[in-house]
Design a protein around this ligand. Structure first.
Ligand code: DQA
Length: 149
């Protein structure tokens, strides 16, 4: 069986996790989330490639570069969730199964966070479980890919 590789993409300001609005986003740093994702991935017998960028075009390029390399994408696009047609178009362009995650529950927050450009092109969305949203999202994505193979 060929190994399932997941591209994990973190969008803008997520490099500040740990110190950024901890009441909303928790105190876990991005490095710790990535380490835990790697441990979870080992248990699931898949690999993860974790990247973060504050730049929309870099995230678009990363999605393009997943073609032929990764079988799934786990994405927290941060504020670009609510604004970026370019990220949505990149995801539909590469047609790689994607799960969207958010640390906070975007539906209990300001109205401008209630709309996601990514949700309609994702398999599903997990929002509101802090760092666990990433681990739950990884599990759901891997289950989906294993069922599909
Ligand atoms: C976020 C929610 C977004 O609305 C916000 O802009 C973020 C983080 C989350 O993980 O809860 O940067 O994606």
């Amino acid at each position: 069986m060929s190994e399932i590789g997941i591209l994990v993409l973190h969008g803008p300001n997520l490099n500040l996790l740990g110190m950024r609005e901890p009441g909303i986003y928790g105190s876990t740093t991005l490095a710790k989330i990535n380490d835990s994702l790697k441990l979870n991935a080992e248990k699931l017998q898949v690999s993860v490639d974790c990247r973060q960028s504050n730049h929309e075009g870099v995230l678009v390029d990363a999605i393009h570069s997943a073609r032929g390399l990764h079988s799934g994408i786990l994405i927290n696009a941060g504020a670009y969730t609510h604004t970026s047609l370019a990220i949505r178009d990149a995801l539909t362009g590469v047609r790689i199964p994607t799960v969207e995650v958010h640390l906070s529950n975007i539906y209990t927050r300001e109205e401008f966070r209630h709309h996601s450009y990514i949700a309609p092109v994702a398999i599903g969305q997990i929002s509101g479980f802090g760092a666990d949203s990433y681990y739950l999202g990884l599990q759901a994505l891997v289950n989906y890919l294993k069922a599909k193979n």
